[in-house]
Design a protein around this ligand. Sequence first.
Ligand SMILES: Cc1cc2nc3c(=O)[nH]c(=O)nc-3n(C[C@H](O)[C@H](O)[C@H](O)COP(=O)(O)O)c2cc1C
Length: 360
Amino acid sequence: MPDFYQWFKPVLWQLDAERAHGLALSALRAAPGWCLPFAGEEGGLETTVWGRAFSNPIGLAAGFDKHAQATAALYRVGFGFVEIGGVTLHAQSGNPKPRLFRLTRDRAVINRMGLNSEGSNVVAQNLSRQRGTPLPGPLAVNLGLNKDATDPPSDYGALAQVLAPYAEILTINVSSPNTPGLRALQDPSKLMAIVNAVREASETAIDTRHPTILVKISPDLDATDVADICQLAVREGFDGLVVSNTTVARPRTLQSPQGGEVGGLSGQPLFEPSTSLLRDVYMRTSGKIPLVGVGGVSSAANAYEKIKAGASLVQLYSALVFEGPALIGEIKADLKRLLGADGFATVAEAVGAEHRAGES
Ligand SMILES: Cc1cc2nc3c(=O)[nH]c(=O)nc-3n(C[C@H](O)[C@H](O)[C@H](O)COP(=O)(O)O)c2cc1C
């Protein structure tokens, strides 16, 4: 089947990155199934985390479909799960444009979107409209904070109240670098108040089925902060951690002229730091808490490295910008081969393998 994304990429590349993203999202939503590069599920990568079944461990990271506009189409591309959002309680426009930059030579992206969101009620309506078609995998919703919020636990709680009925997973985003003060909420006492508010709100929002609650952390935390968060997560029985969000660091190796733009860097240069943080978090939590590995994944080898470092599930975003949706099918086929070559019958067997002596 022709790879339509590669046909359109030269046109999209002429446009401002945010406009190109909007067009790609609309095209994805409108595309009939046969246009998409991979529609079925080959099998062999099924995994169960938090008692939830995933057809494969590769998910779409937050930020791509912020307002839940193309959710069903994103599963058709082959993702095992999709994270929509970040969603804020009230609509907000985010930072002035331009605020999204492609660093082509570095296979990277810098964004300073500033959590632009149509707000929780609009996103809930979008999700409720799609409810007729059951999604083939768990849906995660990324919870963000309004720029002018004065009581973060109350805002996150209210968000959970509105969105929990539609989600299998709620991710508390306290790590976007583009909302002033947000990352300070990773401080254990502040974080615990937010987690408790989200837990309580999602329990009251739905009677029977409670969503999994994850916390997404920054790759820019210092070692003490990482140790504190890991200790808190184990002690307080967090469901899981998402490692990691974008970084404000700028590796010296960046070659693109846009490398000096302010914002969060994602894509290939984030692979090393986010994977090394993932490894550290897995060790500090003794593998007791499922981790979602995200940052710089653009191949099956990258996904496999995250799994062996401790990720039960993997997400990506930036690589889609460069490679298009055909990448997902390729990653899955290659990942199956890599697991098989090392003698792993399932994804779960490989999770954290590098920490166990004698395993690959
Ligand atoms: C344009 C853009 C918007 C993003 N928005 C969010 C967001 O709203 N919430 C969040 O937790 N992460 C957000 N992210 C971070 C991604 O979910 C992911 O953690 C990061 O990009 C690293 O993955 P990647 O290297 O595969 O892109 C965003 C990333 C990009 C590029």
